[in-house]
Design a protein around this ligand. Structure first.
Ligand SMILES: Nc1ncnc2c1ncn2[C@@H]1O[C@H](COP(=O)(O)OP(=O)(O)O)[C@@H](O)[C@H]1O
Ligand SMILES: [Mg+2]
Length: 278
């Protein structure tokens, strides 16, 4: 697809980064997050979070509702401050949003006064990239998610699922080296969701992106990921990090394979005791 743009992007970074940096492309150590709202009690959202993610890895985060998954992604994205600990992305301390990071939010947050194509182009404008070059990519992405005839429509003219797909295009348009996705497919019907899973893996394979993917669905996490980080109920701690040793490329048939089933069962056991998720 846009391998030309990608190739250049990767080359610049790959030339600079020694191997050890690639192994800890994302680094979280001793992370604590406590929310201290003015008018209510503090909430300890995340506790003692430690992990590293290799460059190009696909890692999912699963955990019960309220365990701090969104909080963790927002900290990685530089959208909210951590309370304590080390948080590095693309070998830089995170102190605010980084240009090499794209984020897909739980709900599509499209600007209502802009068309779908204009919404997808927001990161290109913010980062002052070449509009003409990236417009073609934006159109390709919209075609990929089946929205090519909606480019000139406004968000309110689209269903929630369609808006969410546009939000995914927006996160991908500038080819971020790191993609953070917060339950991006939760609002989609089952068939569209499976299709998007396969498309996401294809984009990831072609782009060499590093993806951190939050989901409620254990089977989705297993299907997509190299590793799955399992969080405990609040305050979120790492209960286990599971290696998903299924081959690649993956096809949908693997979702129901015995090998995938073993991983799903193992992860589910963390939650069965507390009756949470799936
Ligand atoms: N801005 C905030 N202020 C206070 N508490 C918050 C805020 N955002 C989230 N929380 C609390 O932190 C905990 C983790 O929330 P969140 O990261 O959204 O969980 P998840 O995404 O896993 O469902 C929850 O108890 C939530 O109520
Ligand atoms: Mg959340």
């Amino acid at each position: 697809m846009a391998s030309r743009i990608l190739g250049r992007h990767q080359a610049t970074h790959a030339a600079k980064a020694p191997e050890s940096d690639e192994d800890s492309w994302i680094e979280v150590a001793g992370l604590q997050k406590v929310y201290r709202p003015r008018r209510s009690e503090p909430t300890h959202a995340l506790s003692d979070i430690d992990f590293t993610i290799r460059r190009g890895e696909f890692v999912s985060i699963v955990g019960p509702s309220g365990c701090g998954k969104t909080t963790l992604l927002k900290i990685l994205a530089g959208l909210i401050p951590k309370t304590e600990g080390t948080v590095r992305v693309a070998n830089r301390d995170v102190t605010g949003p980084l240009p090499e990071v794209g984020m897909v939010f739980q709900a599509a947050t499209l600007l209502p006064w802009r068309t779908i194509l204009q919404n997808v182009m927001v990161p290109v404008q913010v980062q002052r990239l070449n509009v003409r070059e990236y417009r073609t990519r934006a159109e390709e992405l919209l075609r990929m998610v089946g929205l090519e005839t909606f480019a000139d429509k406004y968000p309110h003219e689209l269903s929630g699922g369609m808006q969410q797909r546009a939000g995914i295009c927006r996160a991908l348009v500038h080819n971020p080296a790191v993609l953070l996705m917060d339950e991006p497919f939760g609002a989609l019907d089952a068939m569209t969701r499976e299709y998007m899973n396969v498309e996401l893996l294809r984009i990831w394979r072609e782009s060499g992106q590093t993806i951190v993917f939050v989901t409620h669905s254990i089977s989705e996490a297993v299907f997509l990921s190299d590793r799955v980080i399992v969080l405990s109920p609040r305050p979120g701690r790492i209960a286990e990090i599971v290696d998903i040793d299924l081959g690649r490329p993956r096809d949908l048939g693997m979702v129901s394979s015995d090998a995938a089933g073993v991983h799903v069962k193992r992860i589910r056991e963390h939650f069965s005791a507390i009756g949470a998720i799936e």
